[in-house]
Ligand binder design. Structure first.
Ligand SMILES: *[C@@H]1O[C@H](CO)[C@@H](O)[C@H](O)[C@H]1NC(C)=O
Ligand SMILES: *[C@@H]1O[C@H](CO)[C@@H](O)[C@H](O)[C@H]1NC(C)=O
Length: 268
């Protein structure tokens, strides 16, 4: 690997990041495959000590099609990037990735793929179109009033990492209130979904269902709430910031989608 080439790739990578922050998902790729990157395929980047662990991560995830493996370790660990598209899917959207090998999932295990190109990472470090970055999260307000399932499906259709917002602090509540107030069609006094769920209908022990039933770290019920064991979903009114238990089937619930970068493995 020539030093000049490495430098060029690094510059290209940062050029891509700068371009992307102002114009999400539009990448200029001046070298290598020579095409603009408009898709993101790297789902997650982790570090691993051995390639077999990277392969294991990929094999455990049905959406993982292959991985980029950093050949030389840094401080004893290698970058392991899981990608969700096969090398032929975005063939014209690849960027040379010096120092990495791309291994593709196949019937018989992982095979070294023909390309030496890399799928650029955008999904978990940049907010998708329509989302605003605030703190470590990307948010999108959805003023359409629907039931819980429709709202959740809408978030998921934006990104597999997008879910109904999980409210973790009073500060986050204020951010969400501003988000709703700044939208043209939002009603800050309307019930707005929060990803908290009462699985056993006991009016207590609510969990974040999108985060593998993680217990809530912050709680702010309105007076006398939760008050109904049949109301398994939770909504808040952005103006008050306080929570109410509500039926998941109500079709008058506004929603906010959130991509929590810490949760999906991206540092911020
Ligand atoms: C959350 O808990 C419910 C009820 O126990 C269970 O049905 C569901 O599978 C759990 N979800 C996860 C991701 O563990
Ligand atoms: C509940 O939310 C309101 C509005 O965000 C806030 O003023 C209040 O301090 C919160 N209470 C708690 C216990 O966090």
């Amino acid at each position: 690997m020539g030093e000049g080439q490495t430098y060029f790739t690094v510059v290209a990578y940062f050029t891509a990041l700068v371009a992307a922050s102002s114009d999400a998902f539009q990448f200029t790729n001046p070298d290598g495959c020579g095409h603009d990157v408009s898709h993101s395929s790297v789902m997650m980047r982790t570090t691993q000590r051995a390639q077999s662990f990277c392969a294991l991560r990929c094999s455990q995830d049905p959406s993982c099609q292959g991985f980029n493996w950093q050949r030389e370790p840094e401080n004893g660990v290698h970058s392991c990037e899981l990608v969700d598209a096969a090398s032929d899917e975005h063939g014209s959207h690849l960027n040379v990735n010096l120092g990495f090998s791309y291994m593709e999932k196949s019937q018989s295990g992982f095979q070294s793929a023909t390309t030496t190109c890399r799928k650029l990472k955008t999904r978990d470090c940049l907010c998708p179109a329509g989302y605003s970055q605030m703190g470590c999260s990307c948010y999108k307000f959805n003023s359409a009033q629907t039931d819980f399932e429709t709202a959740q499906a809408s978030c998921r259709s934006d990104s597999p990492f997008s879910d109904i917002v999980s409210i973790d602090s009073a500060e986050e509540t204020l951010i969400l209130k501003q988000l709703v107030l700044s939208s043209e069609s939002g009603d800050a006094n309307q019930f707005t979904l929060h990803d908290a769920y009462d699985f056993d209908g006991d009016n207590q022990n609510y969990v974040h269902s999108s985060k593998g039933n993680a217990t809530l770290s912050y709680i702010n019920w309105s007076t006398n709430e939760p008050n109904n064991a049949n109301e398994l979903c939770v909504a808040f009114t952005p103006n008050s910031g306080v929570w109410f238990d509500v039926p998941c089937s109500w079709t008058t619930l506004q929603s906010i989608c959130e991509i929590d970068k810490n949760f999906n493995g991206c540092s911020c």
